[in-house]
Design a binder for this molecule. Structure first.
Ligand SMILES: [Zn+2]
Length: 73
């Protein structure tokens, strides 16, 4: 067993900098509270962004166009 692995070091998922993965790091697996908060904000913005494009897809779908044609005929 190598002593190199006795102290676990990971890469911050947000900025990629090396950070200690132990109880002294309250923001783990992130390197800092700032990276932790930024990641949560980015995740929330992505989640809210999903309904927009999917509605657009429905409007452009062939099935939607066929329904409109059926009404006019
Ligand atoms: Zn970071």
């Amino acid at each position: 067993m190598s002593k190199v692995f006795s102290r676990l070091t990971i890469k911050c998922p947000k900025c990629g900098s090396l950070t200690n993965y132990d109880t002294s790091n309250k923001s783990r697996p992130f390197c800092s509270e700032r990276c932790k908060n930024n990641d949560i904000v980015a995740w929330a913005e992505e989640s809210y962004g999903i309904p927009g494009p999917s509605v657009e897809d429905n409007l452009n779908s062939p099935r939607w166009a066929e329904d409109l044609l059926d009404d006019e005929i």
